[in-house]
Design a protein around this ligand. Structure first.
Ligand code: BG6
Length: 521
């Protein structure tokens, strides 16, 4: 067991004012404030830092703090949140009532921030977190500009703007937003968040690949048969998400960003330096080399699915069309499975299968690299149990990056079953974070917020990466929009539609069924 408790708080994060636009929303209460509280509790939040929630509703500092206390108590990963701790932390939390669509109100905001900063000895360095509806991204930045609140990119009183997804809804809208924001902000002032990059196990993909010498030589077309990436969720449309989700769907909501980022990390070349720009350059090359299937036969390699009502272990699960805020005739996909190739020397001809969906049997994310079978099948035996006999042969070695839950890395191999003959026995070498380290893994938003304060954009998406990702998915979105056909249905609580299985079986492969339980398989 290794302790990381002695890791020193980072000296480089700069005290600043963190403004959260859209502070009445779910994200602020569930993720942002709990993450900032934990950073404070663990000594990472720079002293003097002030947090200002900005939203339209009328609220006092006091009532804002009280609302958040409840949220932090339920979401904190640092144990019980005592009233005393909360009171100390909450002194740095404030609320300002501003309608982001009324630019004139920013004049008062500016004055009020300057007073606050003077009171706390802050130098005007600011983070603006856009936790708003996407339609307010641009108006908010325009209003900041009008109020003279956007300093020069290299000014001492810097401004860093964090943009939540969705960043556009297709290639064209993403380009429009990029270009409009680009007129007001420099690229180095924009931090486009993909919270998957803040996950500890996602960051470990690069360390595992490039901090060891024995795996990297195997990760290529000579040894890998295929790669599978699964992001499964058991939830449906809870917490009133239906309104947003029906505009989005699985391809935009998860595959275009989280899944493609995982693909980049497992497929990219080693950067020559472990620096943000070098890593993002390598990820971009993967996205640019990503080759979808035949554009004339999109239905053969991109499968949209939608869950239908089902009963699982006595629980009745609604179908998507019966969920709150979902039209009865919605064709929005709640599942997508896709096959793609990467046209470069390393990966030519190796299929990458990706799938993500709501209302699957469990919540879990993994990347499985399936290696080729040994060239000769020397150890095939017949094993019988009563009358039932089966052929036992070497299985494909599989390297599994388990992103969540029960984070870890597994390597599946074959070994000899003890006995008087050569009989193959599959076994798994397992590295589990929870057995190896004393701490709970940091929440993605903790790491990402800290990185913004440090000015480190390594774990954020650059505009060219984002556009390359949209470029890849947009033809599929357009095709689905125009095909006037229902998605493939699957019963809630299952692994997706039959067509997704056929995508694999037609090529002599099958999806791994991840157990997502504590004991891996
Ligand atoms: C978000 C999506 O980006 O990621 C959600 O909008 C999804 O629909 C979530 O549930 C999944 O994140 P995680 O961290 O729970 O895997």
């Amino acid at each position: 067991m290794y302790s990381t408790a002695s890791t020193p708080p980072d000296e480089l994060a700069h005290p600043s004012t963190i403004l959260i636009f859209g502070a009445s929303g779910d994200l602020t209460a569930r993720k942002l404030i709990p993450a900032l509280y934990t950073l404070w509790k663990t000594g990472y939040l720079p002293d003097k830092t002030q947090i200002v929630g900005v939203a339209r509703r009328e609220k006092s500092d006091e009532s804002f703090r009280n609302e958040l206390f409840e949220a932090v108590r339920t979401s904190s990963r640092t144990g019980e949140v005592t009233q005393a701790d909360w009171n100390t932390f909450a002194q740095r939390v404030h609320y300002r009532e501003v309608d982001l669509q009324k630019p004139k109100q920013f004049d008062d905001l500016k004055v009020s921030l300057e007073q606050l900063e003077e009171q706390h000895g802050l130098g005007g360095q600011r983070v603006v977190y856009l936790a708003t509806a996407p339609s307010l991204f641009l108006p908010s930045i325009e209003a900041l500009d009008r109020a003279g609140m956007i300093p020069e990119p290299y000014a001492e009183n810097w401004l860093r703007v964090v943009v939540e997804k969705p960043f556009g809804h297709d290639l064209e809208s993403a380009q429009e937003l990029s270009s409009a924001l680009g007129k007001l902000l420099a690229e180095k002032q924009i931090y486009r968040i993909d919270h998957y990059l803040g996950k500890e196990t996602v960051q470990n993909i690069l360390l595992f690949r490039f901090g060891n010498s024995i795996f990297e030589p195997l990760l290529n077309r000579n040894h890998v048969d295929h790669v599978q990436i699964t992001v499964a969720e058991s939830q449906g449309m809870e917490r009133g998400r239906g309104g947003y989700y029906d505009q989005s769907g699985a391809l935009r909501d998860v595959l275009q960003n989280h899944v493609l980022q995982l693909l980049c990390l497992i497929a990219m070349e080693p950067p020559s330096l472990f620096r943000g720009e070098n890593i993002r350059d390598e990820k971009l090359k993967v996205l640019q080399a990503l080759r979808p299937g035949d554009p004339k036969n999109i239905d053969n390699w991109a499968i949209p699915g939608q869950y239908t009502a089902n009963e699982v272990n006595g629980n009745v699960l609604k179908g998507y069309r019966q969920e709150d805020r979902i039209p009865e005739v919605s064709r929005r996909e709640t599942f997508v499975a896709m096959e793609a190739f990467i046209d470069n020397w390393r990966w030519e001809g190796v299929p990458f299968y990706m799938r993500t969906g709501k209302r699957m049997p469990a919540r879990g994310t993994e990347i499985a690299v399936k290696f080729k079978l040994p060239p000769l099948n020397l150890f095939s035996t017949v094993e019988c149990d009563g009358d039932m006999c089966a052929l036992v042969e070497a299985q494909q070695n599989t390297l599994v990056f388990r992103i969540q839950p029960y984070e870890g890395i597994m390597l599946q191999c074959s070994t000899k079953r003890p006995g008087m003959q050569y009989q193959i026995h599959p076994m798994t070498m397992n590295f589990a974070y929870q057995d190896a380290f004393e701490i709970d893994l940091p929440e993605a938003y903790e790491r990402l917020l800290l990185d913004v304060m440090r000015g480190d954009s390594t774990l954020f998406t650059r505009s060219d990466e984002l556009e390359a990702a949209w470029q890849f998915v947009t033809p599929v979105l357009d095709h689905w929009e125009n095909r006037h056909k229902d998605p493939e249905f699957y019963p809630a609580g299952t692994w997706g539609p039959d067509a997704a299985d056929r995508l694999m079986t037609s090529e002599g492969r099958e999806w791994r069924t991840p157990s997502f339980k504590k004991q891996p398989h």
